[in-house]
Ligand binder design. Structure first.
Ligand code: HEM
Ligand code: HEM
Ligand SMILES: Nc1nc2c(c(=O)[nH]1)N[C@H]1C(S)=C(S)[C@@H](COP(=O)(O)O)O[C@H]1N2
Ligand SMILES: [Mo]
Length: 341
């Protein structure tokens, strides 16, 4: 009993670190875009997540022993089920591709179960506490950590090789883990909202874009006037955190054409639905307000009459149905890292 309890305590503590690490790197994977950083975060996330599987044999011993005790097991078992679903869905997404059942993708299930696991993990750890000790920071623990990390990395490498050799869809995913859908064919591209937003109905005839800069009266630009300003044609990749990406050609006007380059504060891009993202002021020349995609006016679903095109940023930055662009005094990082609506 005494002999078993030491390694089991360390196994549980290691699981705690891996769970926290997987959760953090998962959201980090949603935050970054751009080949090397994206790839690094995706690989790290996969390895940390698979580390939980590496510890499964040891945890099984702990679980058996825990289940033999006379107490309530429901929460611990629910936690185990949710973590198993999360791992299965993550691996399924990364290997088998963008599986979708009734509009719900493997990645949706993956993220939802990860979020559901948080309160269950907290309850589990509060009810079955494990104290860390100074003696845990030993050479022995370091060697074990390296062994677990190595086994997880080997597992990740094996999954990637099998995916590639067996020509599974996963071999074609982007560095972010997303799959290509509808490039060059906007009507085949999914219409998605981040969380709770709905496609609004906008009368193009009455539409006006509001442009506000500090110490200047707000400009109101009618759709026709805006069209006359859209001199930029640019191809850019929209990579949705839902697990798909598409490259389209956008006709647009650069934000610095409308707002100038003040370098002051941040740029707020607000949708008629209230959905708003803040950008660094120096991004004005890289951000575009598009009226057309693939040579045709934007459909309502894809953000018509006017949407933001934010090359190099994940889909949730590409505000649809833009109502107002403004220069704001507050810094761009003073916002929720992910939209709340
Ligand atoms: C992948 C994550 C984990 C899963 C799926 C999991 C699941 C379980 C299950 C199903 C049991 C047995 C049922 C019960 O005791 O009622 C258990 C027991 C236990 N778990 Fe976890 N657990 C995880 C992580 C952790 C963490 C992070 C800690 C603490 C830091 C922890 C501490 C314990 C302890 C102390 C026991 C009781 C062992 C005993 O009574 O001998 N577990 N766990
Ligand atoms: C406890 C929490 C989590 C665990 C244990 C976990 C584990 C995993 C695993 C094992 C994979 C498969 C890796 C591979 O084979 O390539 C994966 C993939 C993925 N996870 Fe998680 N994950 C967790 C939370 C999250 C969260 C919160 C997010 C996003 C907010 C997320 C986003 C992703 C993405 C985008 C992929 C696909 C990466 C790729 O295809 O290379 N995960 N996850
Ligand atoms: N107003 C608003 N804009 C939005 C969203 C939203 O929910 N509301 N979702 C974002 C997300 S998560 C993505 S991936 C893209 C999807 O664009 P699409 O529907 O044209 O494919 O729009 C972004 N712009
Ligand atoms: Mo998205």
């Amino acid at each position: 009993m005494v002999v078993l309890s030491r390694p089991s305590r360390r196994t549980n503590l290691a699981l705690l670190l891996l769970l926290a690490g997987a959760f953090v790197t998962g959201w980090l994977a949603f935050g970054v875009e751009g080949a090397p950083a994206s790839r690094a975060v995706s690989v790290l996330h996969g390895v940390v997540g698979l580390g939980i599987l590496v510890l499964a044999p040891w945890k099984t011993v702990i679980v058996r022993r825990g289940l033999r005790r006379r107490r309530r097991h429901a929460l611990a078992v629910a936690f185990a089920v949710v973590v198993a679903v999360c791992l299965l869905a993550g691996v399924a997404h990364a290997t088998l591709g963008p599986l979708e059942v009734a509009g719900v993708s493997a990645l949706d299930v993956h993220v939802a179960s990860a979020v559901a696991a948080v309160p269950l993990a907290l309850l589990h750890v509060v009810r079955r506490p494990q104290r860390a000790r100074a003696s845990d920071l030993s050479r022995r623990t370091a060697l074990r950590a390296i062994a677990v990390g190595g086994a997880a990395a080997l597992g990740y490498g094996t999954l990637e090789s099998v995916t590639s050799v067996a020509r599974l869809p996963g071999a074609h995913r982007r560095a972010t883990g997303s799959y290509e859908v509808g490039s060059g064919a906007p009507s085949a591209m999914p219409v998605t909202q981040w969380f709770t937003d709905r496609v609004p109905r906008i009368d193009v005839g009455a539409y006006e874009l509001l442009v506000s800069r500090p110490d200047e009266p707000t400009l109101r630009i009618a759709y026709g006037e805006l069209l006359a300003m859209t001199g930029t044609t640019r191809s850019a990749v929209l990579d949705c955190t839902g697990g798909w990406w598409a490259e389209q050609t956008w006709r647009a006007v650069r934000l610095d054409t409308l707002l100038g380059t003040s370098g002051y504060g941040s740029i707020a891009v607000r949708s008629v639905t209230g959905y708003t993202r803040l950008f660094p002021a120096e991004d004005a020349s890289a951000l575009l307000l598009a009226t057309h995609v693939g040579g045709a006016p934007l459909s309502a679903g894809h953000g018509g009459p006017v949407r933001l095109v934010a090359p190099g940023r994940r889909g949730f930055w590409w505000v649809k149905w833009v109502e107002r662009v403004s220069v704001e005094p507050r810094p761009w990082w003073l916002q929720s890292p992910f939209p709340l609506q």
